[in-house]
Design a protein around this ligand. Structure first.
Ligand SMILES: CC(=O)SCCNC(=O)CCNC(=O)[C@H](O)C(C)(C)COP(=O)(O)OP(=O)(O)OC[C@H]1O[C@@H](n2cnc3c(N)ncnc32)[C@H](O)[C@@H]1OP(=O)(O)O
Length: 519
């Protein structure tokens, strides 16, 4: 299999017949170049539809498809400058040999041993798989603009983003400005903690645009509000929006008018529906192609490869399961137990250590006084909690007593495990205690703060202030995420949580069996 391919395609509407035959030969990126060159001004609307339809239909394909605009814009003449070197060039049965030669010679970045491969479109299959021209947007005129602008988050560049960016580049003749939302604007988004850093998103957008049309000037910059530079710059003429952000376009134009600037022409694009798999996909996913769906699908996968931990024995393989209060760690560990893990719950061990005659009993009375005992002279955890969750110093004192004792018990339990390969150590403040040194991997569960407060009020009957105090005594979600090899969120249905856990467990079994094979 090769990394990067270039498909020279005579007719965009046959793409679906060609793709099944070439997708298994390309691993990472497939550039698509339409040939022969059409005339732009008469066909601009149709080209935009081609782009929309192509990306929409090719969403099933697991490679990064990039449709080059030079063929559609009629700007080919000099070079096709792809960022990645092309290893294989595919061409269909309608491409003439001189057209193939011309594209090969204008391709500036090819591997030294690149190949050309003829592809016969799959004519056996039903012609209904051909893409149909979408007439919904035929009314939009094919006017072009020197300065076009658009904005977005552009997390994990998907086909919806590619349509927006490609349409903007098709409508633009000189300079394209793209505002990329800074992380401070994104904290209300689903799983914002795993949105790519702004600098990565900027570089991905810029890389994509330079790939599909190297002839334009690009300014890709961070924005800190919905307006970005649109309300100051008189040069902008047109803005591309998705249908759901039309309101933003209207607000921009109000501000431009107030500032004495020409309003922008607005081109809205449809949201792309996504065909969902029913097996491995949460029903709570959105029906449109969206970055939040992509983020949801990362739950239960390896976000950061675990590094070998040589300080502890290779067997049993220890997963540290952690996450903020009420984030659903226990429901995750219960399911992991059903799947075959040996589960150690640090909270439960802590509770046992407070019993009379257990090692924490006397040190706790010495430190916090006998006022924390109940009428039977037992440690009253509610009273102790009220003290430590409102004072960082007191919590530190409690931790200093409890953590070494809990850890001692954990080590004894792990050493005694005989009939399990995998141990899950569930501990709320595992990272603060630096217990990751006793684990092979860290799995983290997060929920938004407002959901944690809701659960604490319902589950633990705490007031909002007490709930906040407990949350504030623990690391932020973003801290947990930084350390996570695998991430979960129990924000949605139980089924959705189970999908994430099964994904993580199945991958884990493969990792663990590989480790044991190399021992
Ligand atoms: C390193 C570890 O993670 S060990 C596991 C956590 N336990 C400890 O650190 C021991 C000290 N804590 C305790 O002994 C008890 O939590 C007490 C006495 C303070 C309160 O007891 P209880 O009211 O019965 O509460 P409980 O033990 O169920 O804990 C409630 C929540 O407090 C949080 N919590 C517990 N200990 C701590 C701590 N040291 N720092 C911050 N938060 C904590 C947990 O998130 C837990 O909720 P979760 O299970 O949803 O994550």
């Amino acid at each position: 299999m090769t990394k990067t391919g270039l498909l020279i395609c005579s007719n965009p509407f046959r793409l679906l017949r060609i793709f099944p035959q070439i997708q298994c030969h390309v691993q990472n990126t497939l550039y698509v170049h339409f040939c022969p060159l059409p005339v732009l001004d008469k066909k601009a609307v149709r080209h935009r539809l081609t782009i929309i339809d192509a990306y929409k239909n090719l969403n099933i394909i697991n490679v990064d498809v990039r449709i080059l605009l030079c063929g559609l814009k009629g700007t080919l003449g000099s070079q096709i400058a792809t960022k990645r070197p092309v290893d294989v060039i595919f061409y269909d049965d309608h491409i003439k040999s001189e057209e193939l030669d011309s594209v090969v010679s204008s391709l500036s970045n090819k591997s030294p041993d690149f190949k050309t491969v003829f592809v016969q479109p799959n004519e056996d299959s039903d012609s209904s798989i051909d893409m149909k021209e979408n007439t919904q947007y035929n009314k939009v005129e094919s006017k072009l603009f020197e300065n076009v602008v658009l904005g977005g988050t552009f997390d994990r560049l998907h086909n919806g983003h590619k349509i927006l960016l490609s349409t903007a580049a098709l409508k633009c003749t000189k300079k394209l400005t793209v505002g990329v939302t800074d992380i401070i604007m994104l904290k209300s988004k689903k799983l914002w903690e795993i949105i790519e850093p702004c600098s990565t998103r900027i570089s991905n957008v810029e890389g994509f645009l330079k790939d599909i049309d190297p002839t334009l000037e690009y300014d890709v910059l961070p924005i800190y509000d919905i307006y970005g530079p649109t309300i100051h710059d008189p040069a902008f003429e047109m803005i591309i929006l998705s249908e759901e952000t039309m309101k933003g376009g209207e607000l921009i134009n109000e501000k431009r008018l107030n500032a004495g600037l020409q309003p922008l022409e607005i081109l809205p694009l449809p949201l792309l529906e996504e065909k969902k798999s029913t097996v491995d996909c949460c029903q709570e996913e959105e029906n449109k192609i969206s970055s939040s769906n992509y983020r949801m699908r990362l739950l239960g996968t390896v976000l950061k490869s675990p590094q070998p931990n040589t300080n502890i024995p290779a067997t049993p393989y220890v997963i540290g399961l952690t996450g903020g209060i009420a984030s659903g760690k226990s429901s995750i560990s219960n399911y992991l137990k059903e799947l075959g893990a040996y589960v150690i719950n640090a909270d439960t061990l802590a509770h046992g250590l407070y019993d009379i005659n257990q090692p924490a009993y006397q040190p706790i009375i010495d430190t916090f006084g006998s006022a924390i005992l109940n009428v039977n002279n037992e440690v009253d955890r509610k009273k102790l909690g009220a003290i430590v969750f409102t004072s960082k110093d007191k919590l530190d004192q409690l931790n200093q007593i409890m953590w070494p004792l809990i850890l001692q018990k954990i080590k004894i339990l792990i050493e005694s495990v005989k009939d399990h390969n995998i141990v899950v150590l569930e501990a709320a403040v595992l990272l603060t205690a630096n217990w990751q040194v006793h684990c092979h991997e860290i799995w983290v569960s997060i929920i938004p703060e407002v959901e944690a407060i809701k659960r604490l009020q319902e589950r633990n009957h705490l007031s909002e202030i007490d709930s906040r105090n407990r949350i504030n005594s623990q690391p932020l979600n973003s801290e947990y995420v930084k350390n996570a090899n695998v991430l979960f969120s129990t924000l949605w249905s139980y089924d959705c949580t189970r999908i994430q856990i099964r994904r993580a467990w199945n991958n884990l079994l493969i990792r663990v069996s590989k480790i044991h094979r190399f021992q």
